[in-house]
Design a binder for this molecule. Structure first.
Ligand SMILES: Cc1ncc(C[n+]2csc(CCOP(=O)(O)OP(=O)(O)O)c2C)c(N)n1
Ligand SMILES: [Mg+2]
Length: 325
């Protein structure tokens, strides 16, 4: 649902989306801790990034994600029950339980897929944008990727092609400061991802990814630019994952408590709530009701997923590209 401006409707949609993501992620963690899924990468802390961008997209626009993509999927409007079922490997999941947490997709909703291979969706999103351009639609293609992925060659090849062909693609780097345990400062030469856009003649923007207002603003500009045929944008959102890389690691093994606190103090949901209250867009009671309904939606999704059946073993080789034996 494209929102043109900051008003009560857009703010409450973004607040609700971010709270839903956080509750979903907390529940996913519980399901993982109970041994029901493996390899779950939490997006807690990064909720504002896809929410501010997807606020400007419609169902026909495309999103492509990463191994850490639950927040992209929710911001793009995927069904929570089908998502949770996919995480638990159930037949009612978005991929009939055969994709799991790192491969959630819903083509009809424009979510072309999370993807466990780091950097791999960047050229796919560029190709998707080329298709939109050749067909003459006004669709926009958005690809999210991490700071670690930003040094993959495919980003540079994709930015080059997107630059010369003025493709409607938005490259969104979620710079959460680490690739597993490798710090951004160690692995990214030049100290900036957004600066790299200049070499390809496209706009590069660095933005506070913990501010939903700032994300909304850069999202609006980039989406409008892509839709109007003016070409790509590279956005570097400065953000932070509050949890470990995938749950089994202790982040304090490679980062400090002071650093964690710095980002926790800038939490995107707390700041969105304060902004809504300060501007009298809604009162505490209304926001509490949204909080309660998000929790309820996640509870219902979890129940649905847990009660759903596993796929029939006879379907093992259906809907997959490669099967052995
Ligand atoms: C091509 C490839 N290389 C390595 C890995 C292992 N791996 C999984 S996540 C990850 C770190 C990615 O870091 P970043 O791009 O910053 O994303 P984040 O996890 O911080 O969201 C790595 C190296 C992989 N999945 N794919
Ligand atoms: Mg990272």
């Amino acid at each position: 649902m494209p929102y043109g401006e900051i008003n009560k409707q857009s703010l409450l949609w973004m607040y609700e989306t971010m709270v839903t993501i956080r509750r979903f992620e907390e529940q996913s963690r519980r399901e993982a801790d109970a041994g029901k899924l493996r390899g779950m990468h939490s997006s807690v802390g990064q909720e504002a990034v896809p929410t501010g961008i997807c606020a400007h997209l419609n169902e026909k626009d495309y999103v492509l994600g990463t191994h850490r993509s639950h927040h992209h999927c929710i911001a793009k409007g995927l069904d929570l029950g089908e998502m949770m079922a996919e995480l638990l490997g159930k037949s009612t999941g978005t991929g009939k339980g055969k994709g799991g947490t790192m491969h959630i997709a819903d083509i009809e909703k424009g979510m072309l897929g999370a993807n466990g291979v780091v950097g791999s969706n960047i050229p796919v999103a560029t190709g998707v944008a080329l298709t939109a351009k050749v067909k003459g639609t006004d669709q926009v293609s958005v690809v999210f990727f991490g700071d670690g992925a930003s040094s993959q060659g495919v980003l540079h090849e994709s930015m080059n092609l997107a630059g010369i062909w003025k493709l409607p693609v938005i490259f969104v780097c979620e710079n959460n400061r680490y690739a597993e345990s490798t710090p951004f400062e160690y692995s990214v030469a030049g100290g900036s991802v957004s600066n790299r856009a200049e070499g390809y003649g496209i706009p590069g923007v660095s933005v506070d990814g913990q501010s939903i207002l700032d994300m909304f603003e850069v999202g609006r500009e980039a989406v409008a630019r892509a839709r109007e045929g003016e070409g790509p944008t590279l956005i570097e959102a400065q953000t932070y994952r509050y949890m470990g890389h995938f749950g089994a690691d202790d982040p304090l093994g490679y980062r400090s408590e002071e650093e964690q606190q710095y980002y926790l103090d800038r939490d995107c949901i707390a700041r969105a709530r304060a902004h809504i209250l300060d501007g009298s867009y809604a009162d505490e009671e209304e926001l509490d009701q949204i909080d309660a309904s998000c929790l309820q939606a996640v509870s219902e999704a979890t129940l649905y997923a847990n009660e759903s059946p596993f796929p029939d073993p006879q379907e093992l080789t259906e809907d997959v590209y490669v099967s052995y034996g």
